[in-house]
Design a protein around this ligand. Structure first.
Ligand code: ZN
Ligand code: FE
Length: 727
């Protein structure tokens, strides 16, 4: 464009461009780099240095130099771009070619084995470029210039379809066969970007129920893939921020409020739909043939196991579920699930950080080089430090499942290799029974480097401080499920005065017995009983309350006995348990079918704009005795929507009141909010409004999840800080 000659070199620590020209042209060129950068690129800074150059006769790309001491960023996977979708109809070499991609789109992290990012370090290695692709690949002005996964109908990967009768390739026939199956109410297993997925018509309740049954996935909502944004708008309410996110090149699953019903077993009666738009060329091509504008697209895995990436495993395990499978002959190197996002208070709130977001680093204000943080137990992710950046792993899952634990170990090894990482410091949770803690202890002995154990909720708060680059004392409020407390109890509603080094616990919600331990998480009626029994003892007619209608009277007395005698009843201050109890009490979810079902149903029930709230008491702890009493009174005359709204308002007000007390005593005005309970949109938006009204500065997680998927970032920075690495 400017007639500049020179060369560009994609180095491990960034891009170096040498150009020969006068200052004015070079600066114009620099401005254009920023202005015209593709949607998925992120130009952090452009530095211009004057140097004497000569001998450039053209503009060319020079071979990447591999400097092991410095690491460039690896791009996340990018949804197919609009130009490539056009090419499916117009580019003679790529008519209906389902692996079409260009410099602006296509797989990245999922196919990469090593750095620098060149084709021979990816699973595209085995596909030899045809002469046509090669000439585009080497042509500076071509859109596919140096697109590592470049491919066409002649030389690239292909899909193969298999069912009980036939196996064939040929995309035309494949699309006809699959769309016919889905139109008939059957399901298909489809190899996606970061793993296998299961697909069926989201408007056909028989199809969805059958898939649910065969997948043994009781009632956890399925994500769906819509044909286009107008179908999203038909079924869901959207605002500008939501549309922006669902259409972004990251193409996450976005939690949207439902407008029109899908098949009822898609979201099991919740008022939200996990919605996505097409991100692979195949999705776009398929919707041209499908009658339905929306299909279920759920991970191909079994209960708590990682999503299947391997073709043989898929054939053995998914074929029996769907009866047909669509695979392709390129290996998935890095497993990634679809990411899950919600817009809360106009900002992104990540629920699951994976495809499209990983491995984009989080930029920090301090040095964390050589630190590895192993995360929590459920929704695990780990995190490594490189200079002033934290590189979070993809969503790993619940480590208690053996195959997930294997995935955890294997990913740690892979991150070591991929990012040339040499651990100098390890961080993990304080919980003695977490598998990530056990792994950290083995790791510590093996490597003989220091290990720092970090309190769970301090880590939550620090994750939010790190991404917001706060390095001072704050009011840290962690509303969460469970986390190990140094006093031996299960913490989870923590008001901390915290900085990146340490914390003091100001107060918390009342400790409540958790009859049966983890069983009380699966059966929220136990928590309802526990709250009522603690506050009102025998002065309540338990049998008439909806929470206990389906519970045997003998079970009720058994649980009361457990509480009386302190048998297997750890004490918890978990905010998650408070929501469990409220949800069970008003009959919404006495028994939970999936993680966080009770609080999700409680939030989902709100269809009221009431500003009213229940009484509560703030003493040395926050006590909800009056709250529960008033809820029971309301249950005689009010509907669940109203009660739920009032209950949420109560919790938000209690949190805000404690914040004010803390400010009065400490003069700290910055409030940091983190922990899984803050994925409750109603609660967080309400709380933010109240706190803004009281002139607090408020910080929330946007780059990493507020749930346990973000804990490793907090561990990383706390450990680095305590060892004196990060100052
Ligand atoms: Zn493209
Ligand atoms: Fe947590």
């Amino acid at each position: 464009m400017y007639g500049l000659n020179g060369e560009v070199d994609n180095r491990t620590n960034g891009v170096l461009i040498k150009v020969d020209g006068d200052a004015e042209t070079v600066f114009k060129f620099r401005d254009q780099i920023i202005e015209l950068s593709p949607a998925a690129s992120q130009v952090k800074s452009v530095e211009v240095i004057e140097k004497k150059v000569s001998g450039f006769k053209n503009f060319r790309i020079v071979r990447s130099k591999n400097d092991v001491n410095q690491v460039t960023e690896i791009s996340p996977d990018i949804a197919v771009c609009a130009d490539c979708i056009d090419d499916l109809s117009y580019d003679p070499k790529r008519i209906d070619y389902p692996f079409i991609n260009c410099t602006n789109c296509g797989p990245r992290f999922t196919i990469i084995e090593g750095l620098p990012y060149d084709r021979d370090k990816t699973s595209m290695r085995k596909f030899k470029m045809c002469s046509n692709c090669a000439s585009e690949y080497h042509d500076v002005i071509d859109r596919r210039f140096h697109a590592q996964p470049i491919a066409c109908n002649k030389c690239g990967p292909i899909y193969t379809y298999t069912d009980s009768e036939v196996t064939f390739s040929g995309i035309e026939e494949i699309l006809s066969r699959i769309s016919a199956r889905i139109n008939e109410g059957k399901s298909v297993a489809v190899k996606g970007m970061g793993g296998y997925f299961l697909m069926c018509n989201a408007l056909d309740n028989n199809a969805v129920s059958e898939l649910r049954e065969k997948k043994h996935r009781d009632s956890k909502p399925f994500a769906v893939l819509f044909r286009d944004i107008s179908s999203v708008r038909e079924y869901c309410f959207t605002d500008a921020a939501e549309e922006n996110e669902i259409m972004s090149w990251r193409r996450p699953i976005l939690i949207l409020k439902q407008k029109k019903n899908l098949a009822s077993s898609v979201n099991s009666g919740l008022d939200t739909i996990g919605s996505m738009l097409p991100y692979m060329p195949l999705h776009h091509m398929l919707f041209k043939k499908l009658k339905t504008p929306v299909v279920v697209l759920t991970s191909g895995n079994f209960f708590n196991e990682p999503i299947i990436t391997d073709d043989i495993t898929a054939l053995n395990h998914l074929m029996p579920v769907t009866g047909s499978i669509l695979s392709y002959n390129r290996k998935i190197i890095n497993r990634t699930d679809d990411s899950v996002v919600r817009i809360i208070g106009g900002n992104i709130s990540l629920i699951r950080r994976s495809r499209g977001y990983v491995p984009t680093p989080v930029d920090l204000d301090c040095n964390v080089d050589g630190t590895i943080a192993l995360g929590a137990e459920q929704k695990n992710s780990f995190c490594i430090g490189r200079n002033k950046q934290a590189i979070m792993s993809q969503y790993i899952g619940d480590l208690k499942t053996l195959s997930t634990y294997e995935f955890f170990k294997e990913s740690i090894e892979r991150f070591h290799r991929l990012f040339f990482f040499k651990p100098q410091l390890i961080a993990c949770d304080l919980h003695p029974d977490y598998l990530s803690t056990a792994y950290a202890e083995i790791f510590e002995k093996e490597l003989n480097v220091p290990l720092v154990k970090v309190q769970h909720h301090h880590a939550h708060i620090a994750s939010c401080m790190a991404e917001n680059r706060i390095n001072e004392k704050v009011i840290g409020i962690s509303m969460d499920g469970t986390g190990y407390g140094p006093d031996g109890h299960t913490w989870g509603s923590e008001f901390l005065i915290a900085d990146l080094k340490g914390f003091t616990r100001y107060t918390h919600f009342d400790y409540i017995p958790m009859p049966g331990g983890d069983k009380a998480v699966d059966e929220p009626w136990r928590m309802a009983l526990s709250y009522l029994y603690k506050y009102f003892g025998d002065n309540i007619d338990y049998e008439v309350l909806p929470a206990f209608r389906s519970v045997q009277p003998t079970q009720i007395s058994l649980v009361r006995e457990m509480i009386d005698k302190g048998i297997n009843t750890p004490l918890t201050s978990g905010a998650g348990r408070l929501f469990d109890a409220a949800s069970a009490l008003i009959g919404l979810c006495p028994v939970s079918g999936f993680d966080s079902e009770a609080p999700m149903r409680l939030e989902s029930a709100i269809n009221s704009t009431t500003e009213s709230h229940y009484p509560y008491e703030i003493g040395t702890t926050v006590i909800f005795a009056e709250t529960f009493k008033a809820v029971i009174d309301d249950m005689r005359s009010q509907d669940v929507s109203f009660i739920s709204a009032k209950f949420h308002n109560t919790v938000a007000l209690a949190i805000a009141e404690v914040s004010e007390r803390m400010r009065r005593e400490t003069s700290i005005n910055k409030v940091v909010l983190s922990g899984g309970v803050f994925q409750n949109k109603y609660l967080l938006e309400k709380l933010i409004r109240i706190l803004i009204g009281k002139n607090f500065y408020i910080y929330t997680n946007q780059l990493v999840p507020a749930n346990d998927g973000g804990v490793s970032l907090g561990q990383l920075i706390i450990a680095s800080k305590n060892i004196g690495l990060c100052v």
